[in-house]
Ligand binder design. Sequence first.
Ligand SMILES: [Zn+2]
Length: 133
Amino acid sequence: MHEWALAESVVKSASKHAASEKLRRLSEIGVVLGELQAIDRDIFSTALRELLKDSPPPACGFKLIEEAASFKCRPCGREFTLEHLKKTDEEGENIHFIPELAHAFLACPACASPDFEVKSGRGVYIKYLKGEK
Ligand SMILES: [Zn+2]
């Protein structure tokens, strides 16, 4: 499953980082979840909790940090978020569940261009690791 694969890569890179920093234990892992990444938080949390049990070093917890999606229009430079763009619930749902289709549904609120870059809200990554040496 998607969530388990993502959780596994988070745990792997946390272990690797802890090893290179010579941390004996991790007290907290801060994991950013992008708004455009269609993730079930409950499944992801369960997966992280399970996987952390078996990975060195011992870890006592993690924090999930939601990152809002934001975009920048290429032609006019206007920055905008999904909140600016949700016209109907139906479109919002589509964007939420199929982030790859964002470009088909979104356009700049200033100039209506569909040519924009995604500045944030994509992907899952570790923002910080707290641990003891
Ligand atoms: Zn624009």
